[in-house]
Design a binder for this molecule. Sequence first.
Ligand code: GLV
Ligand code: GLV
Length: 319
Amino acid sequence: MRIVVTRNLPEPALELLRSAGDVRVSRQDRALEPAELRAAVVGADGIVAMLGDRVDAEVAEAAGPGLRVVANVAVGYDNLDVPALTGRGITVTNTPGVLTEATADLAFALLLMATRRLGEGERLIRSGTPWSFHLGFMLGTGLQGRTLGIIGLGGIGRAVARRARAFGMRIAYSGRRRAPAEVEAELDAEYLPQAELLAEADAISLHCPLTERTRHLIDAAALAVMKPSAVLINTSRGPVVDEAALAEALRTGGIAAAGLDVFEREPAVHPGLLELDNAVLIPHLGSATVETRTAMAVLAARNVAAVLSGNEPLTPVGA
Ligand code: GLV
Ligand code: GLV
C-alpha cells in the first residue's frame, strides 16, 4: 500500500501509517500547489491531506484507481471535493472531537483578548510607549451578564458555550439545525433566527463549517445588524466572513472589535485589518497544541489504516 502524506506529521501518526504501508511524506512542509499535489499522489492507495491541499477529481485521477481513502487532518474539510471523491468510491475522513476543547479555548482567548484589549496592551508595552495605571486607562468591557451568540452549536460551539456559562454569559444560538433539547437545557441556550441573534448578541462566535450556504454569512448587511458594541470571533473558516466588510465595520464603529484566527485568503490578511487596534489577529492556531495536533494526526492515520485493511473508517464524512 502506498500512503502519501502532504506535510510532515507527529511521529506517532507516521508510525501507525508505516504499519499500514509504504509512507511518502512531502518534503515541502507547506500546502502543495495543485500540480505538485497531483504529481505527489501518483499510485497512492491513501492520502493524508490537510488545510490548503485541494483534493478534488483531478487529484483522484492523478492518484489512479487504487486510491481508497483521503484522510484530512482537520475537522473542516472544505479543501476536499467530497462528492467527487465519494462518487469514485473513495472514503473521506476528518478529525472531529479531538480538537474541540483546544479550539474552544482559542475562541475564548480571542473573546477575552478582544473585549479586554490585550493585543493592544501588548503592543503598547512593546512599543515603549509610556503608560501608568489610572482608572480610565485602556478600558474594555466585561463578559458577565452579556449574551454570546453562537452560530453553529456543534461540538466546538457547545464547548465555547460551556466556557461562556462559567463566565456568567447568557447563551443564544442559531444554525441550520436546532440542538437537542438536553443540549439547550444544559447550556440554557436559546435558539434564535440568525437576524435576531445578530441584533441581540454582545459577542458572536462562528462555529459553522464553510459551505456555499455559509460563505460570507457575515457580510456588510449582517455586520450592520450587529450592535456597535458587539464583538465578532471567528475560529471557523475565513470565507465565512466578508473580510473587507469587516475591516470597514471595525474602522467606522459598526462593531466594536473582532478576534480572528482564520482569514478569507489565508495566509494573507486584509490590509485594512492590519491597521486596526480593535482587530485581534492570530495565525490559525485553533487546534495548535502538542496534544491536539498529535491526536488529530493519529486519528487521521487510524482512519487510513482502517480503510486500507478493509475495515470501517472511524470518522468518515459524506458517507
Ligand atoms: C482546522 O482548522 C480544522 O478544521 O481542524
Ligand atoms: C488594580 O490593580 C487594583 O488593585 O484594583
